[in-house]
Design a protein around this ligand. Structure first.
Ligand code: TRP
Ligand code: ZN
Length: 896
């Protein structure tokens, strides 16, 4: 493993085009878990005079180098490169190396999982397989020969088309795969082992036959239907929405139990974490079904946005990731069916953005959507690059309209198919296809931080006109605060708004200077530090229309506005924009919660405003609203979100305040909650469709509140649901309600759950995760800390630090999903965190670095927490040998 004490920073400004291209590569693998021999024959071309060829390689044993069939001796080698000087303008080079798949615990490069071979090459894993120009702007055609023992590895897969198979005698066999499309090395993949498949043939829009396969271990074949359906829906959606067809004759998805991320878009051979493939009613929740659909879509959509057009360098990562996340979000929204479903999807996405990306953008790892520098690229697969990147793409669509956006996409492919390009190229295609100047819009790519938009209104009752003044601010964050970084300039913010009249209906919008009103939602081009908009021709009178701001969350900004509780209640009841109805409820709840937090801190008595209860009751019982929407509206803001909204975060007080509100709502609304619980049953066979899953969501939200009221009867109801459920959504929700309300039956239910599902790894993950996230109890003999349960569970026979899903299920759930317990005042959570970061770092630096990020916001916490977090960070930083991955994270946290 690569370990370094002196971090090397890579800068975007230092980009230079490659001095060599590789037109074609022939790879032969003699697969053996202990020692795999890779023979790479590459056809190179020199594009610059008198430069050596510098190939990247790591942890490789070099066996031979030949040029035009003759031994080549003048090379130099170090830990990360193989340098070949004096090559002519073109030629054929052969390099033979060996690697050790079964010793590869980093899950990057070629590795073994449960006896089968898999690869993961993004971002820089290919260099652990063979020496190569491992950079995305070197695009090559690949021909791959796989040789392996037939009994142990009956299935041999790689990118593209299967062109030959033969027996090699002595129990070995061979398969040859050819990918007709040029691709960068990060999209290479192979899979070999004992796998089985379901398959289907479909006809594409232009009438070509396509073979679709989902490959899994034999015992999982019965859990593949949903992934296959999701793939077929994705293919159809991309044809219809973007006119993009599958370009290969064959498209494969393979599931693997050991995987660092969600899934990977290797050309024609997507490799997936089992979590995003395997599902049936008994073992997967509605959320799992939805995630599978979205991740299958995401990887499939990469075939065009990422593979056919790829990134010039890794600073451009959001070119493919932001765009592809936007595409998968739109796909999932379209699959929801109606407008209300679309709004629910939007709410879920914005919740993630605020809860995870906003903090990132305010902390030591803050970076623009297109970063300017990195130490380890794997640390930049972030919510900023992905989710904020998707918001940036969404803003093009908001500014240009759906049709304008489609024109931009068409031009992007017309110009760049088969190329490795930049975020600026994408922006240019959007601008040129629509004749729009998007120069200022480019600042979304170069400036980090979340802009704060301040809103002021002035109502002229006599004239019937409303003056809206918007100001924007975005102070420097993260590495922007280092000396010498340029000052930040205003963003181009598409600011969607409506004006709601006294009767709750939208008013027609007419700006001063316009001859007539146009529409009831307008997207304002907000481009200055301060800008004024004058709306005229509104109904005159004392009561000002109420602005509905940033409809559908039209830009990734924070809107500061002084609504009264009454105004928020009115918007919650009437806004025609479903997202903003939800938003009004969240603002109400957030305000009340932050007041309760202060009350906890000052040891005042806690009470809940009856008006707030009434506002929530009104939404709960409003059956004109979809159950899915009502569930979203009644879900209180997360503890992590509340922490971010405080100047100094106090996780214990936040937890007490939020729990108080839950219990108070549960008591006040018990009858209505119970009525909705009954009304939203989903009898009959399980189906994960949007309507049924929405009903289950509301029903289970009600159950959670009811159990939290502490009523024995309600907890019995949870116990009954746990026993009788015919699907995992209901069973797991009931289990969670029992566990988090300290119901008498909780231990028995946890034991029962484990016994039922102990042979299903993904369900056992849920079992660990629930316990990592459980509340600490305060019993008659003092409190029981979750950390003790977590430490005990680390000794459970089913726990395994090497499996990322399992490590995430227990350790990450506790460290990032359980703020009140993790931030225990005695520092026990931080000690545990440091222990696990160090333990993981020697196994898998990528996973360790993710865990390390939990401490990013250490400076935001109250004393003594802040000091203890700092000490834990220092302990990790001082460890004798750290990966580049973890070093960058703790280094930046400590420098902040
Ligand atoms: N490109 C993959 C995706 O979005 C991300 C990915 C999968 C990845 N595995 C990885 C990134 C390993 C870094 C390392 O969709
Ligand atoms: Zn992706």
């Amino acid at each position: 493993m690569l370990r370094t004490d002196t971090p090397v920073t890579v800068y975007r400004k230092d980009y230079t085009p490659p001095a060599f291209t590789i037109d074609h590569v022939d790879l032969r693998f003699e697969l053996d878990p202990r020692r795999t021999i890779v023979t790479s024959t590459l056809r190179f071309k020199r594009t610059q005079a008198a430069v050596p060829l510098v190939l990247a390689g790591q942890e490789l044993e070099l066996l031979a180098v030949t040029l035009e069939g003759e031994p080549f001796e003048g090379f130099q080698q170090d830990d990360e490169t193989l340098t070949l000087p004096g090559l002519s303008t073109e030629g054929t080079l052969q390099i033979v190396t060996a690697c050790k798949p079964d010793a590869n615990t980093s899950l990057s490069g070629l590795y073994v999982s449960n006896g089968n071979f898999f690869t993961q090459c993004e971002a820089e894993g290919f260099r652990k397989i063979t020496y190569f120009l491992d950079r995305p702007d070197v695009m090559t055609t690949f021909r791959v020969t796989l040789q392996a023992d037939r009994a142990a590895y009956p299935v041999l897969l790689s990118n593209g088309n299967l062109v030959a198979e033969r027996d090699l005698g002595d129990g070995r066999h061979e398969a040859v795969w050819e990918d007709p499309f040029k691709k960068p090395a990060y999209l290479f993949a192979l899979v070999a082992g004992k796998l089985e498949r379901i398959e289907e043939t479909i006809t594409s829009a232009s009438g070509k036959e396509k073979l679709l396969q989902v490959w899994v271990e034999a015992q999982d074949l019965g859990k593949t239907r949903h992934a296959m359906d999701s793939l077929i829906h994705s293919i159809r959606w991309d044809e219809q929405r973007f006119g993009l067809e599958l370009d290969l004759d064959r498209f494969m998805i393979v599931a693997v139990g050991d995987f660092n991320m969600g899934a990977m878009e290797n050309k024609g051979l997507n490799i997936f974490n089992t979590k995003y493939v395997l599902a049936n009613a008994e073992t997967a929740t509605d959320a799992d079904f939805a995630n599978i659909e979205s991740v299958v879509g995401h990887e499939y959509f990469h075939n065009w946005t990422g593979n056919r057009v790829t990134c010039r360098d890794w600073f451009q990562l959001s070119l493919k990731e932001g765009l592809t996340v936007f595409r998968d979000q739109e796909f999932s929204a379209d699959m929801m069916g109606d407008e209300s479903g679309r709004a629910v999807k939007r709410i879920e996405d914005v919740r993630v953005l605020r809860q995870v990306q906003f903090p990132e953008d305010a902390g030591p790892m803050a970076h623009p959507v297109r970063p300017d520098s990195y130490e380890e690229i794997n640390n930049f697969y972030t919510v900023t690059v992905y989710e904020k990147g998707a918001e940036v793409v969404r803003m093009y669509q908001t500014l240009l309209g759906r049709e304008g956006f489609r024109k931009g996409m068409d031009l992007y492919f017309e110009r760049h198919d088969g190329q490795a390009v930049t975020c600026d190229d994408f922006r240019a295609a959007m601008a040129d296809a629509n004749g729009r100047d998007l120069a200022q819009f480019g600042r979304w790519y170069s400036q980090a931080g979340t802009p704060v938009v301040d809103v002021r209104t002035a109502w002229d009752a006599q004239a019937g006109s409303l003056t809206l003044t918007l100001t924007q601010q975005c102070p420097k964050v993260g590495i922007e605060t280092r000396p010498g970084t340029p000052d930040k300039l205003p963003f181009h913010i598409p600011f969607a708004l409506g004006l709601v009249g006294a009767d709750g209906h939208d008013l027609p919008l007419q700006l001063a200077g316009e001859s007539q009103p146009g529409g009831t939602t307008r997207v304002l081009d907000f481009t200055e530090a301060e800008q004024t908009f004058l709306f005229v021709n509104l109904p005159k009178g004392a009561r000002a229309p109420l602005p509905s701001l940033l409809r559908n969350f039209s830009a990734p900004v924070i809107v500061d506005v002084e609504y009264t509780d009454a105004e928020l209640t009115f918007l919650l009841a009437h806004d025609s924009d479903a997202f903003n109805r939800w938003e009004a409820g969240q603002r109400l709840a957030t305000r009340a919660l932050l007041k309760l937090v202060a009350d906890v801190q000052e040891e005042r008595e806690l009470t809940l405003d009856p008006a707030l209860i009434q506002a929530f009751r009104a939404v709960l019982v409003d059956r004109t609203l979809s159950p899915a929407f009502r569930e979203q509206a009644l879900m209180l803001p997360a503890e992590a979100y509340l922490a971010e909204r405080m100047g100094v975060a106090d996780p214990a007080a936040i937890h007490r305040a939020r729990q108080f509100m839950r219990e108070a709502l549960a008591h006040a609304l018990q009858a209505d909650l119970l009525a909705e619980y009954e009304a939203n049953a989903t009898p009959g066979d399980y189906s994960p469709d949007a309507i049924s899953s929405g009903k289950r969501a509301l029903r289970n939200l009600a159950l959670g509140y009811l159990a939290d009221s502490g009523s024995a009867q309600m907890q019995a109801l949870a116990g009954e649901q746990y026993q009788q459920a015919n699907n995992m959504t209901d069973r797991f929700a009931a289990l969670a309600a029992l566990v988090n309300s300290f119901a008498p039956g909780r231990e028995a239910a946890l034991a029962d759950f484990y016994r039922r599902f102990e042979n299903d790894a993904l369900v056992v993950d849920k079992w660990f995760a629930l316990q990592g996230m459980q509340r600490g109890s305060v019993g008659p003999h003092g409190g029981k800390r979750t950390i003790d349960t977590v430490r005990a569970l680390m000794q459970h026979p089913a726990f395994n630090l090497r499996n990322p899903n399992r490590a995430r299920s227990l350790i990450f759930s506790f460290c990032s999903g359980n703020p009140a317990q993790f931030h225990a005042e005695d520092g026990s959570g931080y000690e545990f965190w440091a222990d696990q970061v160090l333990a993981l770092d020697s196994i898998n630096p990528q996973v360790a670095a993710r865990l390390a990020r939990v401490m990013d916001r250490w400076q935001k916490y109250a004393l003594p927490l802040r000091e203890r977090m700092h000490a834990a960070l220092q302990r990790v930083a001082a460890a004798p040998s750290l990966s580049r991955d973890v070093r960058e994270i703790v280094g930046k946290a400590l420098a902040a």
